[in-house]
Design a protein around this ligand. Structure first.
Ligand code: SAT
Ligand code: MN
Length: 618
């Protein structure tokens, strides 16, 4: 059916006012493919926001909870995480990007996409919404629009992103915007995706477009998030800035009249959100950052988003008070895949006793319930999420929406291992820091796929989203820092050292590491140079532990935590060397840092005549 018959007068008017033939062309095309029953265009008005909130409740994608403005949405039991195996970059026949990046022949991919899309929105309402990635009207801004048949996707997107309809008008007809076409596909009686076997994500870097089909999980359906991230990374690498999978947080050391901003990249389960939200900090963003040079050659960062799509597991009053308080107060929040009992909700690690039955991502749930594979179904999914606006949090940073971004004092790469890396160190230079980021590894836990204890390499925690060859990505990183007048310091953390199966650090020790890093940015502390980077001095940590946590930090603790484990570190370098050998344009500087680090470690082994060297010896 023709667009004009499906869209109504107001919709036509809103589209006409954009004065952008390319937007029209795109919408007409997908209306023809997807065959919705109705088309609704949304602008930045309160009316549009309310319309979508109501629609999500009316169509059953969300249900109201007991607490005012809280709603719950479920994704299919088998759609609780991104589906890496069915996510591809569309490329002309015979072309590839890198051995790490899944691609599909353009014509073949589009043929399949068109087949799956045919009539996928039959009987449904197509929503069209406009957004701005990064703060509105700033040099960070990238405009994007999404077409979807899911009201909860738009509802959550409205919490997570700044609206962009008005800014689209200022494009003056230009084609410079991203667009995402999404369908949750046919839904069953629980309102979850029926055709799990036909979940697909096709990424088209040339057209700056993503097509996501039969997906409900936020990471694959919220188009402005991980789908647009791929498009932004491609754009950043062409334009000489950085698009990173990083939080942005402001550190406020007690008694000092200053705030120092840090960005941080951590693979899953390495402490990213908790590092962004330590109690002496204010939050700018928790997931994706644009980093640019300002007119003075300083590094500035802006949050791509304005909300948090956060993992709810383990959010409890002891560890995350601010978040816990926000999640239990009457604010506009969409919960995904937690347990509901009489309109109240429960999630893993919340510190409460669980009811024996209720409703969760598996439907009607009772304790001991098993899935088709015979696996016991937990109270809530370990990847269950919440969606809320950052300005709903008590610790929201006042510059969270600043069009100029915030100045970056330090960058943190957070890995996870039980017996290799020290809790915190500073790189020897910007390029050495890039080398550290590009060597980031996380040890798999029971919570991630793979063997427990196996190391997964994840450069800058951005591996899943890379759409340019690793060599190009790393080269651009090095160049970005080289062109800065005063590049941020680069740090690495590891909160997960263990001895005899027990963690060597408490969860809140990270506050001390952060305060030390903050001090380093202001030349506040001396450091000890080791073969792998600069580490804190004992007496500084002792004082910080006392001041920040009122804890006695013994020299024995320090030695255990900050010893340099040479053989383990050399083995790590071997793993990294294996990954990076054989080209793909990895820059010489990277290989140089790898070689130099290896030599420094071997020299230390010889000099001190042992494998594990105490920090007091350097
Ligand atoms: O892991 S996802 O990309 O699906 C979601 C997230 O990290 O925010
Ligand atoms: Mn993320």
């Amino acid at each position: 059916m023709e667009l004009s018959k499906l869209i109504g007068e107001n919709g036509i008017k809103l589209l006409q006012e954009l004065n952008n033939p390319y937007v029209m062309e795109i919408i007409e095309k997908y209306v023809e493919f997807c065959k919705p029953e109705k088309v609704t265009v949304l602008d930045d008005s309160k009316k549009s926001l309310e319309y979508v909130r109501k629609l999500a409740l009316e169509n059953g994608e969300e249900k109201a909870l007991k607490t005012k403005d809280h709603t719950i949405h479920f994704d299919n039991y088998y759609d609780q995480a991104r589906d890496r195996a069915h996510t591809w970059i569309l490329l002309p026949k015979g072309k590839t990007i890198s051995k790490h990046i899944e691609t599909i022949d353009y014509d073949e991919g589009m043929k399949e996409a068109t087949e799956i899309m045919d009539g996928i929105m039959k009987g449904k309402e197509m929503l069209i919404a406009f957004y701005c990635l990064g703060p509105n009207n700033s040099k960070f801004s990238i405009l994007a629009f999404q077409i979807t048949d899911s009201a909860t996707v738009i509802h959550q997107q409205n919490l997570l992103y700044r609206n962009g309809y008005e800014e689209f008008k200022h494009l003056n007809g230009s084609k410079s915007f991203f667009h995402v076409i999404h369908s949750a596909g046919e839904l069953n009686e629980d309102m979850t995706t029926k055709n799990i076997d036909k979940r697909r994500v096709y990424i088209d870097l040339n057209e700056e477009r993503v097509i996501s089909l039969n997906n409900q999980y936020g990471g694959s359906s919220i188009g402005l998030k991980k789908l647009s991230l791929r498009l932004s990374i491609s754009k950043a690498n062409k334009e000489d800035w950085l698009c990173e999978h990083m939080f942005i947080t402001g550190v406020h050391p007690k008694g000092k009249d200053r705030v120092t901003y840090f960005t941080g990249a951590f693979p899953s389960w390495c402490g990213k959100t908790s590092t962004a939200m330590i109690e002496c900090q204010t939050i700018v963003g928790d997931d994706i950052a644009f980093l640019r040079r300002d007119e003075n050659g300083q590094c500035v960062a802006a949050n791509v988003e304005q909300g948090i799509f956060g993992v709810i597991k383990d959010v409890c009053p002891e560890d995350d008070l601010v978040l816990y308080k926000a999640l239990t107060a009457p604010k506009e929040i969409v919960f995904n895949n937690v347990l509901v009992v009489d309109g109240g909700i429960y999630w893993l690690g919340m510190g409460k006793e669980f009811p024996k039955k209720g409703f969760n991502h598996s439907g009607e749930w009772y304790e001991g319930k098993k899935d088709k594979e015979g696996k016991i179904i937990d109270v809530s999914h370990k990847n269950a999420r919440f969606t809320l606006r950052i300005n709903e949090l008590d610790n929201a940073d006042e510059k969270a929406d600043d069009p100029k971004g915030v100045p970056v004092g330090g960058i943190i790469y957070g890995g996870r291992d039980s017996d290799i890396s020290v809790p915190v160190l500073q790189s020897l230079s910007w390029a050495h820091g890039v080398f550290i980021g590009a060597s980031l590894e996380s040890e798999s836990t029971v919570a991630t796929v793979g063997d427990e204890g196996a190391m997964e390499h994840n450069p800058m925690a951005n591996m899943d989203f890379l759409v340019v060859p690793l060599g190009v990505y790393i080269k651009n990183h090095i160049k970005f820092g080289d062109d800065l007048s005063n590049p941020p310091l680069i740090f690495a953390t590891n909160y997960f050292l263990k001895e005899k199966g027990k963690f060597l650090n408490a969860k809140n020790d990270k506050k001390v590491w952060v305060l030390w890093m903050e001090g380093r940015v202001h030349n506040g502390y001396e450091a000890i140079e080791t073969p792998v980077g600069c580490i804190p001095k004992y007496h500084d940590l002792k004082n910080l532990f006392k001041e920040a946590l009122n804890k006695e930090y013994t020299e024995e603790d320090y030695i255990k935590q900050f010893s340099i484990r040479i053989t383990k570190l050399l083995k790590k370098l071997d793993r990294i060397e294996q990954i990076y050998k054989g080209g793909e344009g990895i820059p010489e500087t990277f290989h140089k840092h790898l070689e130099q680090q290896k030599h420094r470690l071997k020299d230390a082994m010889e000099k001190y005549g042992k494998d594990v060297v105490s920090p007091l010896e350097f």
